[in-house]
Design a protein around this ligand. Structure first.
Ligand SMILES: Cc1ncc(C[n+]2csc(CCOP(=O)(O)OP(=O)(O)O)c2C)c(N)n1
Length: 361
């Protein structure tokens, strides 16, 4: 599968990873986190203007996503949920390609058939997200066992939220991984809310990570607003998995700053004061402070980086909006190969409706 569109954000992932992030890695992580935040801000606005249909923001979760993805190797497979923008960008997915999917235009690799945010990029080993909560967890375990069977030295990582720990697939996936020693990393972003359900109503377990112990492997809690701590936890889990020591679950404690998606209003179920409290630990602010303290960043350079991130989003969006829409009759493609006689007939009927102006391309 080709990536299509210009490579606006080429960020090849190197691996296997060292156990700590170096200064240049920290700066690169910061750049990606700024791009992630700028993309979120723009996409919420685009949805409000009717230019995209739906969006699930990742703001507040950038360190968890970028830190974890930086610890992976290029050959590892990612099984995401629908909120993993920072992971996609770190894997090197060009921003325009993401925009193409949000719009569902003719450059969208999913051909406009997936909900916005539910993208997948084979070239970056980023498997298409599914909406049913938790289904990616069992898929990641199966793929890890298949890779081991083929003697491929890779791990799979699956991303999911606190709400997904109540799904059947979470328990089936962890049990199977424990029994068969799957080289899988279970990366839970506990962002404290599953739409309107708070973390304390999700489970009586003291932590989500401790659920892994019941399945016979380690579960660790990490401060998900600290990019270095996240990186280290994933690098260690990956090393364990590659050494044949089996799976690890990581619970990254974060907070979702924005709505669950553009379809809800979080002020109806949570207090502004809670949001404000978590914003004191904004992962971008934390990493900025670290970079300033070590002399890599000052306010002027930071300002230029923020502006560059917004400009990159504008360029990607402009290019994506110039692309033609999907050809409407394409919904009949890819059903059967070769198409059945009935499909061919339907396609001819559809093309006639387009020619007669009944259906507008
Ligand atoms: C099986 C299933 N049940 C319910 C839903 C509706 N739903 C969509 S998102 C969501 C909450 C998920 O919360 P969490 O796993 O914490 O992830 P987050 O959205 O916070 O990242 C629910 C219940 C669904 N998509 N699939």
């Amino acid at each position: 599968m080709s990536s299509g569109g210009p490579a606006a954000t080429p960020r090849p992932v190197s691996g296997p990873a060292a156990l700590t992030l170096g200064p240049a890695d920290r700066m690169e992580a910061y750049r990606t986190m700024l791009l992630c935040r700028a993309t979120d801000d723009r996409c919420i606005s685009l949805q409000r203007q009717g230019r995209i249909g739906f969006y699930a923001p990742a703001s507040g979760q950038e360190a968890a996503q970028v830190g974890s993805a930086r610890a992976l190797g290029k050959e590892d497979w990612v099984f995401p949920a629908y909120r993993e923008l920072g992971v996609a960008l770190t894997r090197g997915v060009p921003l325009q390609l993401l925009m193409n999917q949000l719009i569902g235009n003719s450059g969208d690799l999913c051909k406009g058939r997936q909900m916005p945010n539910h993208y997948g990029f084979r070239e970056f080993r980023f498997v298409t997200a599914s909406s049913p909560i938790g289904t990616q967890i069992t898929q990641a375990v199966g793929a890890a066992l298949a890779a081991r069977h083929r003697k491929e030295p890779v791990v799979t990582i699956t991303y999911f939220g606190d709400g997904a720990t109540s799904s059947n697939d979470f328990h089936a996936g962890l049990n199977f991984a424990g029994v068969f020693h799957a080289p899988t990393i279970f990366f839970c972003q506990n962002n404290q809310w599953a739409i309107s359900l708070p973390r304390e109503k999700q489970t009586r377990s003291a932590t989500l990570a401790e659920k892994a112990q019941a399945y016979g492997f380690p579960g660790v809690v990490v401060d998900g607003t600290d990019v270095e701590a996240v990186y280290q936890a994933v690098a260690l889990a990956r090393r364990r998995a590659l050494m044949g020591e089996g799976p690890t679950m990581i619970e990254a404690q974060v907070y979702r700053f924005g709505p669950h998606s553009t379809s809800d209003d979080p002020r109806r179920y949570r207090m502004d004061s809670e949001v404000a409290q978590w914003k004191e630990n904004d992962p971008i602010k934390r990493l900025k402070e670290r970079l300033v303290a070590e002399g890599q960043l000052d306010d002027a350079r930071d300002q230029r980086m923020v502006e560059a991130a917004h400009a990159e989003v504008s360029r990607a969006l402009e290019a994506a909006e110039k692309l033609a829409p999907m050809e409407p009759g394409s919904f009949l493609d890819d059903v059967f190969a070769p198409p059945t006689p009935r499909l061919t007939e339907e396609r001819a009927e559809f093309d006639l409706l387009v020619r007669e102006g009944v259906v507008r391309p």
